[in-house]
Design a protein around this ligand. Structure first.
Ligand SMILES: [Zn+2]
Length: 342
């Protein structure tokens, strides 16, 4: 079998000074501090420390061999999205990082794949860049889960998702730009509380607005971090749909009946949570995703799934790779991972 980690992040080692190349201020850049360590900067502010696995493909491949991962699918860190920028700046920004991502993959294109990013504040431009990148070798598109106040049920964002469905471009939805930030200044609470809520909000916005009734079933869409708070709160949503007309006014079917319209990754870090997730979504709709190489990611990629009590080997093979092979329509690579499947 082929093990696929479909949620990993990259940063190029360097990129041009975007203020000079594109215009505008406070762009992200990298301050290299030596010994494979760097600081991702935003203007003159330190945003987060990062390490060389972000940009060094030899290091990525070593870590993949260590963990028995055959294929990694990389995407940008959301800080690079540029959704708040003027459109022409955002288009250039997306193209630049999309092209740099392919350079990182070029060292081993069979094992290193990447998702593109798009200037999602403009739907025509977003569709055009998604198609350009997909034709250039990106295997899908990563989008943030909202654009300012617009959730995924926004008419323009639904149009973008329809475009992806029509062109068979798989979509990964990643939470970003977290709500309630002013109340979560410490302890990474934005990542621990707001991110799962953002993802749940995105899934529910598609379900309760009736957007899934209008979007083609051809759409392949996956939500990061196991869909955030979605699975654990789904019973609450179904109960609300049954007993409050304002919940079901735009949603003709029970919310839990829409779980056959999307996928989630496996980044939940707990056997109990993974068991609930697979029970909720079905074993064919959960894809291995680690958030490699960040500290909040799975430190030995695939370990949670491989050691999951009660899963059949069929379920494990699906989650570890076969589901992602179908989702992204990937070609198998000769596998080093078979022996590691418990
Ligand atoms: Zn991530």
């Amino acid at each position: 079998m082929t093990v696929v980690d479909m949620h990993t992040h990259f940063l190029p080692e360097t990129w041009p000074d975007l203020s000079q190349k594109i215009g505008g201020a406070d762009w992200p850049w990298m301050r290299h501090d030596g010994a494979g360590r760097a600081m991702l900067m935003l203007g003159d502010k330190e945003f987060r420390p990062v390490q060389e696995a972000c940009w060094n493909s030899a290091r990525r491949l070593e870590d993949m061999d260590r963990d028995g991962v055959d294929i990694q699918i990389m995407c940008a860190t959301p800080l690079l999205f540029g959704y708040q920028r003027p459109l022409q700046h955002a288009i250039q920004n997306a193209q630049l990082f999309n092209d740099l991502a392919l350079e990182i993959c070029a060292q081993d294109p069979a094992r290193l794949k990447t998702l593109c990013q798009v200037p999602l504040q403009d739907i025509d431009a977003a569709c055009a860049e998604a198609s350009r990148a997909f034709n250039n070798g990106h295997v899908g598109v990563q989008i943030g889960n909202h654009v300012e106040e617009k959730n995924l049920d926004d008419e323009g964002l639904v149009t973008f998702l329809q475009h992806c469905a029509g062109e068979k471009i798989p979509v990964l939805v990643h939470p970003w730009d977290m709500l309630g930030r002013e109340r979560m200044p410490k302890y990474m609470l934005q990542w621990l509380v707001a991110m799962p809520a953002e993802t749940q909000l995105s899934i529910l916005s598609l379900i309760l607005s009736g957007a899934f009734e209008r979007i083609s079933r051809d759409l392949k869409i996956c939500f990061a971090h196991g869909g955030g708070s979605f699975a654990f709160q789904l019973g609450r949503v179904d109960n609300a749909w049954r007993h409050r007309d304002i919940v079901r006014q735009d949603c003709p079917n029970l919310p839990s009946s829409y779980t056959d319209r999307f996928y989630v990754d496996s980044a939940v870090f707990s056997h109990d949570a993974l068991a609930l997730l697979v029970k909720t979504m079905g074993e064919e709709r959960v894809l291995l995703g680690s958030d490699y190489p960040f500290p909040l990611g799975e430190q030995t990629v695939g370990e949670l799934v491989r050691s999951q009590p009660g899963f059949s080997s069929r379920a494990k093979r699906g989650i570890l790779g076969e589901n992602a092979m179908r989702f992204f329509d990937l070609e198998a690579v000769s596998s080093k991972s078979e022996a590691m499947l418990a």
